[in-house]
Design a protein around this ligand. Structure first.
Ligand SMILES: NC(=O)c1ccc[n+]([C@@H]2O[C@H](COP(=O)([O-])OP(=O)(O)OC[C@H]3O[C@@H](n4cnc5c(N)ncnc54)[C@H](OP(=O)(O)O)[C@@H]3O)[C@@H](O)[C@H]2O)c1
Length: 345
């Protein structure tokens, strides 16, 4: 029998640490069986888009698809969700071939949040930080004050001994509200900053978790030894339809030029989506495709990450992948079975 779950039933059952460990295992599996997953597929008509993340993890006995639909708003400067339907995980047991679980909704991983959409994204970013950032990161610079910024703040503070967090987004009101909301949930001191350059100054971890379409982080701001995470993806379809003129960027070319190690969640995703933060620096002769490594290869120990304390590392978290969602579905299913929740179907 398969288990039908409402995501909210799982509240309190899955810790951030367990979610990171599951997604890490999923990516290690992808490093072993890359042919068992596809890049995220996206179909768009104007501001309507459907997203499908498919893949399987042999070592976790799970395979399937995660799907979500949304309307989004876009301007030349930024992009945001207009409306988003409930997300759905559909996972099979990859050994018995039986349907394992259907989970409706995003996993409720955060106690400060409505956990409505994309709760998994920061978990994928965390796997990159775990493998690339120095252990002694104490200062974090954070760009963005929205949903992803809140979640990235929480996961990064769970991974490294962060003492100070400097936060910037364009609106002073958003910065103040973010600090007031998040301070009770974080041991580190969170400080709103009105000068974006000052956020990266002295920062060991730099996280770009914005809805921006234009660079928010500039390479000459970075300190030696910093680890950078960036999550903005692509607007290829909007460019193709002539609705915007340029690919999205969250980083300038100099960030890529200064990075000693560049890892993307999946290279094929950058190619398929013509993602500006990866494709434009290659077109501009700043980096080569061979300079871009993949998360699965890094986690599986097939490529080298940071080799020095003063190296700058970059994780371009360029889309969550099916393997991560399926690893979480397996974890959620096993937790739900142990707790006796969900409906047998
Ligand atoms: N890689 C992945 O797997 C993945 C998955 C899901 C989502 N995403 C990306 O995550 C992005 C953010 O999603 P969200 O749910 O957090 O959106 P959100 O709640 O709307 O927040 C967006 C934030 O970006 C800030 N921002 C926009 N332009 C900025 C700029 N130039 N400089 C600094 N901050 C800026 C906004 O604050 P102000 O208005 O105050 O500037 C706001 O705090 C989405 O655009 C999406 O592309 C990536």
């Amino acid at each position: 029998m398969a288990l039908l779950l409402r995501a909210e039933e799982l509240k309190g059952l899955i810790s951030i640490e367990e979610a990171i460990a599951a997604v890490e295992t999923g990516f290690r599996d992808q490093g072993e069986y890359p042919q068992f997953s596809l890049p995220r597929q996206r179909m768009m008509a104007g501001d309507r888009r459907i997203n499908i993340h498919s893949g399987g993890c042999v070592n976790l006995s799970v395979a399937g698809t995660f799907v979500h639909y949304e309307r989004h708003r876009y301007t030349k400067e930024d992009q945001s969700y207009g409306a988003a339907g409930k997300r759905v995980y559909m996972a099979y047991d990859s050994e018995t071939a039986k349907l394992l679980t259907i989970i409706v909704g995003s996993l409720p991983l955060y106690d400060f949040d409505d956990n409505d959409i994309a709760t998994e994204t920061a978990i994928t970013s965390a796997v990159g930080t775990k493998h690339l950032a120095r252990q002694d990161c104490r200062v974090m610079g954070l760009y963005g004050t929205g949903r992803q910024a809140r979640r990235h703040l929480k996961v990064m503070c769970a991974l490294r001994p962060i003492e100070t967090v400097k936060v910037f987004s364009r609106s002073a009101d958003h910065r103040r509200a973010f600090c007031a909301l998040m301070q009770p949930h974080i041991d580190a001191e969170i400080i709103p900053i009105d000068n974006p350059r000052a956020v990266a100054t002295g920062a060991d971890l730099v996280v770009c978790a914005t809805g921006s379409n234009v660079p928010v982080l500039f390479g000459d701001w970075l300190e030696p030894g910093a680890h950078v995470t960036s999550i903005v993806g692509s607007n290829k379809e909007l460019v193709a339809e002539g609705l915007v003129s340029k690919p999205r960027r969250e980083l300038d070319d100099e960030v890529l030029a200064r990075a000693d190690v560049i890892v993307a969640t999946l290279k094929q995703q950058a190619i398929q989506d013509e993602q500006g933060d990866v494709v434009e620096p290659i077109q501009n002769g700043i980096i080569k495709w061979d300079d871009v490594k993949e998360l699965a290869q890094l986690v599986a120990g097939k490529v080298t990450g940071r080799t020095g304390e003063r190296q700058i590392t970059l994780f371009k978290q360029n889309s969550d992948q099916g393997v991560g969602f399926m690893a979480l579905a397996r974890l959620a299913h096993d937790k739900a079975r142990a707790a006796g929740i969900g409906m047998e179907i």
